[in-house]
Design a protein around this ligand. Structure first.
Ligand SMILES: Cc1cc2nc3c(=O)[nH]c(=O)nc-3n(C[C@H](O)[C@H](O)[C@H](O)COP(=O)(O)O)c2cc1C
Length: 238
């Protein structure tokens, strides 16, 4: 669909207003309060991974001095490369490389696609080689999360494969330790490799209590590790 520059500006401004209204702390507020940010970057088609991202953000914001910066990625197409506006019609803005530079850590989430991450998220990650060349993400903590339809549909393979590019970037991978009692209690999602959710065949199951708490624990742990890395002067944000 064609947009004039004016249409795009109006749409972008209204999407921005909506986004900042719904977030607990906007980017501008975060700067004023000298908050450190953790990037929660995900792709979600049906909303399950997006729901996990919200819980991970809650965990991050349980840590004093930290706020979550939530970003998503655009769809990719088999047929052509489409260029989207920087802000989608709904939900958080699309991620830019700068988000990775600004933030002290990363929670990366994707629905499972044939036991692997989604192409949309991988496409964004493949655009980060300039950051890899600079070593810009070395020492920043990272963790991963996923949603599947079925209980044994490849959560662990997806989570492990999502870690690979982050290791190439020199990020510090963190999972969820078994001191989180929910890891042993859950009958749906939740793994030591990262938070997960079983969304069911029609992708409509809500997060279970255990899945929700494990998302929050993962976010909190990530922010605590980022704090330690910042305090030790081992990482810096733009
Ligand atoms: C192309 C494709 C491949 C999928 N592969 C798997 C899979 O390997 N295992 C599984 O359990 N679910 C699979 N699913 C289902 C999604 O992972 C699941 O519906 C997920 O919860 C969707 O997350 P979302 O709501 O964030 O989009 C697949 C879905 C699609 C469209």
């Amino acid at each position: 669909m064609m947009h004039t520059a004016g249409d795009a500006l109006v749409r972008e401004n209204s999407a921005k207003e909506n986004y900042h209204r719904t977030m607990s702390l906007s980017r501008k507020d975060a700067r004023i309060d000298s908050m450190n940010e953790i990037l929660v970057l995900y792709y979600s088609r049906h909303g399950a991974t997006a729901a996990m991202a919200q819980q991970i953000a809650r965990g991050i914001e349980n840590v004093a001095g930290f706020t979550a910066r939530i970003r998503t990625v655009a769809e990719v197409s088999n047929h052509c490369e489409a260029i989207e506006d920087s802000i989608p019609d709904s939900g958080p803005p699309y991620a830019q490389a700068d988000d990775l530079l600004d933030c002290a850590g990363l929670a990366l989430g994707s629905p499972t696609r044939f036991g692997n991450m989604s192409a949309a998220l991988k496409y964004f990650i493949d655009s980060t080689s300039p950051l890899w060349l600079q070593g810009a993400l070395i020492g920043k903590p990272a963790s991963v999360f996923t949603s599947t339809s079925s209980l044994h549909g490849g959560q662990e393979t997806t989570l492990l494969s999502m870690m690979l590019p982050l290791l190439h970037h020199g990020m510090l991978l963190s999972g969820i330790p078994y001191t989180e009692a929910d890891l042993l209690k859950t009958t749906s999602g939740g793994t030591p490799y990262g938070a997960s959710h079983v969304a069911g065949a029609d992708s409509r199951l809500p997060l279970s209590e255990e899945e929700m708490r494990l998302c929050q624990a993962q976010g909190e742990r990530l922010a605590n590790i980022a704090k330690a890395q910042l305090d030790a002067g081992l990482i810096r944000c733009r």
